[in-house]
Ligand binder design. Structure first.
Ligand SMILES: [Mg+2]
Length: 77
């Protein structure tokens, strides 16, 4: 993985944790985490479908990746 990509993911993770300290505030565990991931996936798809440009799509991809990493690290517990 490119170093700049790692840095972008890390920065997005830090922002996500600052803005949403609790990953799954409703106590829904992995299923709530999956719903959050699905929502972010929808935002990527909407940006692509609406032809919002690669920068916007990539910005939403960073959100999606950050939610996936938070799930992988079991932040829903
Ligand atoms: Mg998003």
């Amino acid at each position: 993985m490119q170093e700049i990509t790692m840095q972008r993911i890390q920065a997005r993770l830090e922002r996500a944790r600052r803005e949403h300290p609790e990953f799954t505030p409703h106590g829904g565990g992995i299923f709530e985490a999956l719903a959050i991931i699905a929502e972010e996936h929808g935002e990527v798809a909407a940006a692509a479908n609406d032809d919002e440009g690669v920068a916007r799509v990539n910005d939403e991809l960073l959100d999606l990746i950050a939610t996936g990493v938070r799930a992988l690290q079991e932040e829903y517990k």
